[in-house]
Design a protein around this ligand. Structure first.
Ligand SMILES: Cc1cc2nc3c(=O)[nH]c(=O)nc-3n(C[C@H](O)[C@H](O)[C@H](O)COP(=O)(O)OP(=O)(O)OC[C@H]3O[C@@H](n4cnc5c(N)ncnc54)[C@H](O)[C@@H]3O)c2cc1C
Length: 538
């Protein structure tokens, strides 16, 4: 069995784990990140995409709201290329309680969140599709964030300090010797090979899976899994984030993200963060509630639905009411709690507060390893000069038009060219088309991979000279992931699109009969690890 050793081992490549890795590396620790899928494979790749100002929480949870506004200002400074300052309007619809607007205004001021009332005419000028019946509107400094680019930026910055990142590596065992965590057994989820990593200290940043990882060391962490369903509409219906002005509820936020607008979300307790379904009522509720914000919403095409699982930390059993649980984070030292030293868990919180969570975690690591090293992440600008800007279709179109026919278009919906795909494949060690999606948005447009997936598979084969079975498997994995997201919204244009895709892949290409990499079928692991987040595998 292969062996490695390091000072600190970080489990989980969501935004929290990536943040912890960067902070550790910057403070001079030798460290390794282990992630069972690609970066942002868990909740960080399935969330709503909001850099909170804290206004959403101000009325009910002032402490979380304060953290959010502080971090909001810091992240805007250190990660400008990952944040789109699209603006944010709270709107009071005729169905919303009028006194909530006053409470929101008041508490935002108390907590220190800038808030300004604008006229309804001004709100409608900014967002012409907005419900003209709205009664009041307020601006707050929320923004939209690019999670994949953030995680990638963090791990690259960590690697520049010497950190090592092992993707598609799952921790399957934690070694505890004389009441101390001393390492982990790790399985490569692509090849099945096992490896042992020895370390001085382990950080469990496994989000909703933190309870499972803690249990590998015999420790108990109660993380409640709260599923939230989101629906992406086919157009960027708004350029500003629109938020219902009422107590937090289902389907009350519409966020412009790249080329689409995302409406969300629900909050449903699920027993297993790997296995849950998107229910019809959730999709219906998103569309109904979205129509209170944008009356014409249902005339547009829902592109796909997906869900993520919030890691909510609370020791006691809380029943089914997920909305009442705190969005605050928990940093747990397993020495006093469970008698296992050199093992800490960081869970709960928000994407917006990842940096703060990481800083507190690394402060605790320093304390446990008996060293004093101050954190500097709040003042370290992470956007390298010339780094790709927040994705905009317009800027891609400009480049494609300049390049003319020299650069073949592989994904017409998201304007991804062949050289971009080739460069993306060269960057990734594993041959997984989904990694290209995260990097370049391949397959995220209206055809949901219908035309670009087989082209990307062809380039993969050509570039890496892989056996046909492996490329077929990569293609199948990718399509399975895309089609699962289309399933909950299969009507109208989307149904037509799905039939066309079926015709191409089953009818013309005989996808269901192609020779596949049978080892993964035998293990019941059809699809990548990340597909497990949606539905039970066959
Ligand atoms: C529907 C929804 C909407 C949300 N909207 C917002 C929002 O708009 N703004 C905001 O700030 N927050 C939002 N959140 C909350 C936010 O997304 C999460 O708090 C945050 O992404 C959690 O990040 P994390 O890194 O802690 O967990 P994750 O991103 O889940 O990372 C944990 C990682 O651990 C890996 N892992 C698990 N087990 C193992 C193992 N054994 N070995 C190796 N790796 C392992 C997983 O693959 C995963 O990648 C939302 C959450 C949901 C569900």
């Amino acid at each position: 069995m292969m062996k490695k050793s390091t000072e600190v081992l970080v489990i989980g490549g969501g935004v929290t784990g990536c943040g912890v890795l960067f902070d550790l590396a910057q403070r001079g620790f030798k460290c390794i990140l282990l992630e069972r899928g690609g970066l942002s494979n868990g909740t960080s790749g399935r969330f709503h995409g909001l850099l909170h100002s804290g206004a959403r929480y101000a009325v009910k949870d002032a402490a979380t709201a304060r953290e959010c506004i502080r971090e909001n200002f810091i992240l805007r400074k250190i990660l400008p290329h990952c944040i789109e300052d699209c603006g944010h309007i709270f709107v009071v619809t005729p169905e919303d309680p009028p006194d909530y607007a006053e409470a929101l205004y008041q508490t935002c001021q108390e907590v220190g969140i800038p808030i300004e009332e604008i006229s309804v005419a001004e709100a409608l000028r900014r967002e012409p599709l907005l419900n003209p019946q709205i009664r009041r509107s307020f601006l707050t400094p929320d923004a939209s964030v690019e999670t994949w680019e953030t995680c990638q930026t963090l791990v690259e910055a960590a690697a520049a300090y010497g950190a090592e990142i092992l993707l598609y590596h799952e921790v399957v065992g934690v070694t505890v010797e004389q009441d101390r965590a001393t390492g982990a057994t790790v399985k490569n989820t692509v090849t099945g090979e096992e490896m042992r990593v020895a370390c001085d200290l382990l950080v469990n940043a496994a989000g909703p899976w933190a309870g499972r990882v803690a249990a590998l060391a015999g420790c108990r962490v109660t993380v409640h899994s709260s599923k939230g369903t989101l629906v992406a509409m086919n157009y960027r219906l708004v350029n500003t984030i629109i938020h219902r002005c009422r107590p937090v509820g289902d389907g009350d936020i519409l966020v412009p993200v790249g080329t689409v607008a995302v409406i969300g979300t629900t909050s449903v307790s699920v027993p297993n963060p790997d296995c849950y379904a998107i229910e019809d009522w959730e999709v219906r509720k998103m569309l109904d509630n979205g129509a209170a914000l944008i009356p014409s919403l249902k005339r547009f095409r829902p592109l796909r639905a997906w869900a993520g699982v919030r890691p909510l930390y609370q020791e006691q059993n809380v029943g089914q009411d997920m909305r009442s649980l705190t969005r605050g984070h928990a940093l747990l030292d397993h020495a006093p709690r469970d008698g296992v030293d050199n093992f800490v868990t960081i869970t709960g919180g928000k994407w917006t507060t990842y940096r703060l969570m990481a800083a507190e975690t690394v402060d605790l690591v320093c304390q446990k390893l008996n060293t004093k090293r101050a954190g500097r992440t709040a003042d370290t600008i992470l956007s390298p000069p010339g780094r790709r800007a927040f994705h905009r279709l317009g800027s891609r179109l400009e480049k494609v038009e300049k390049a003319g026919i020299e650069e073949q278009l592989i994904c017409e919906c998201e304007l991804v060219t062949r050289p971009q795909i080739e460069a993306g494949l060269a960057r990734h060690e594993q041959n997984i088309i989904n990694d290209l999606r995260r990097d370049l948005r391949v397959g995220m447009g209206p055809c949901q991979g219908g035309f670009c997936a087989y082209r990307a598979a062809g380039i993969l084969q050509e570039q890496k000279n892989l056996p046909a079975q492996q490329v077929n498997q990569a293609l199948l994995d990718f399509l399975q992931e895309r089609w699962k997201g289309m399933l909950p919204v299969l009507w109208g244009q989307n149904l037509r699109q799905a039939q066309l895709d079926q015709g191409i892949y089953q009818g013309l290409l005989g996808l269901d009969k192609l020779p596949l990499n049978l080892r993964r079928w035998a293990e019941g692991r059809v699809g990548e690890i990340e597909t497990e987040g949606y539905f039970e595998l066959p």
